[in-house]
Design a protein around this ligand. Sequence first.
Ligand code: TYD
Length: 220
Amino acid sequence: MPEKVAANTINRGMLITFEGPEGSGKTTQIKLLQQFFAEKGKEVIITREPGGTVAGDKIRSVLLDKENGNLEPETELFLMLAQRTEHLKKVIEPAVRAGKIVLCDRYFDSSMAYQGFGRGLDPALITQTHQSFLCGFLPDYTILLLIEPEQGLERARHGGRKQLDRMESQALDFHRKVFMGYKKLAESEPDRFLPIEAAGDPSSISAQIHNELNSRMRGN
Ligand code: TYD
């Protein structure tokens, strides 16, 4: 795992990432956590990957467009890294340094789970590139919303009303590997990860996230 480089430097804010398989309810929980921090008078920004910048959003369309079929795993990784470089340097890092709380929908761990565990690229290589190009900048906390792949994909389909994108349309076996990968990542870094069962009611999941964050932040 990369060293936590950016943490605890100067009057910094905080990076909290949300991770999980498809349909894990990240968007809802991010909005609820934004309210939680706003009520404490904190300045919060919400952003996402792939995306978060103009160029990053264009890279996102390439990654999610079904017309692009099966991209090589390395191509996927390089595109993810390219959008992350823009996003980290232009959005995340400046905001954290300005004392803001950044809530980010997916980040480095998605590359580990999807391109590493899912596609079979060497996790050590992904970690190494993250170290080399992104100074190993890791989140302060990562909220991992865990939902079984079958259930998550069903949610992502919104009862058949939504067309699945290129990543969501991958075989179930791929999504199972991603899910198992996330569990392994959480086990390997228990101080950073907050694994939460995400199948239940959004307000009770949100209460769990708030309680867990409150107690961890008091401990720091
Ligand atoms: P997602 O946030 O799930 O988009 P949406 O909520 O609109 O479906 O992310 C898009 C997809 O990109 C998702 O399938 C996960 C994938 N992804 C990777 O494979 N690697 C990465 O490094 C990132 C950031 C995302």
